[in-house]
Design a binder for this molecule. Sequence first.
Ligand SMILES: Cc1cc2nc3c(=O)[nH]c(=O)nc-3n(C[C@H](O)[C@H](O)[C@H](O)COP(=O)(O)O)c2cc1C
Length: 344
Amino acid sequence: MISTKLDLTGLHASRLSGLLQPAFYVREIPIYGDLVLAPMDSYSDLPFRLICRELGSAMSYTEFVNVVNLQGRGKPQTVTAMKLKYDPTERPMTFQIYGYDEDLLVETAIRLQDLGPDIIDINMGCYVKDIARRGAGSGMLLYPDKIARVFSRLSKSLRVPVTGKIRLGWDDTKRNHVQVAKILEDNGASLIAVHGRTKAQAYQGSADWDAIAEVKQAVKIPVLGNGDVRTVADIARIKAHTGCDGVMIARAAIGNPWIFTRKDRDQVTPAEKIAVMRRHLALNLDFYGAQLGLLLFRKHAARYVQNLTGEEKPRVELFAVNTLAEFDRAVAELEILSRVVEPA
Ligand SMILES: Cc1cc2nc3c(=O)[nH]c(=O)nc-3n(C[C@H](O)[C@H](O)[C@H](O)COP(=O)(O)O)c2cc1C
């Protein structure tokens, strides 16, 4: 349990500003908000998820977890266990898992319910070669019958809703997003998140929002549109273009979790950035301990301070901090400098 005090201003603000009605439901679970932080391996850990939730992301997804690492009785160990930890304020909390062995996927999902997630999500989008070519992640898209079996079994045996995150297909010649979406719905899935690229594309080209619209039109369950939402204007554009129920944001949230308050990077003041960075660092220290917490914070720090100031020296100091006190000292210097560049 995280001891650092929670600042729920963003979350409450998003609920109070006309979002008293849920944006959509995952089966019976109301989702209060239309923006969702995407699962991101080595980024969407508990500290970063909390930051995003406090700023308005409407639900939480863990980074993907390999079911092979969850075998055996008892609690999962170390690194994997950390990925499945969550704070009660994150609910609705989704555990995302992947695997190629369908029995293992189903058995693991059933067992994971003991850890209290609200939703289990199956990753069918990961393009990494070693994962996809074994039929896991986006590799599952090559086997629609297997998807049908896995979701049929899961929806019958789980107490919690099951959802899926997909790409558009293996490659351009094997696009099957509409077929897969219908299979998911017919076999009990309660939500589909669609990244508008094929496996072969990885991150090349641009996300095909027309294809996300095709999925939305093909099913009645909620659809999260995902891919290339970089700005607040993009949020409105993807919603208008696809009719999706919510928008899932990955890369654009790194260094700019304020996207969930519908603010672009250049609308966030240096003071706001520093306050959130400090909280993120404190959460990291609390969750991982001093050494690992600092190490893992640095990649976020680099993204937070992008465009903060042209000065190199305080930036370097910010990355080299070893304690919160050192962070405060580096920031004090930054604040003096940032007054010069703070928007009028
Ligand atoms: C560093 C990184 C890690 C990712 N890890 C996962 C993951 O664990 N599970 C998943 O479903 N997608 C993962 N993704 C894909 C994102 O969830 C998302 O589908 C993709 O980045 C497109 O959205 P974006 O254009 O908003 O970045 C990852 C993406 C990035 C950049």
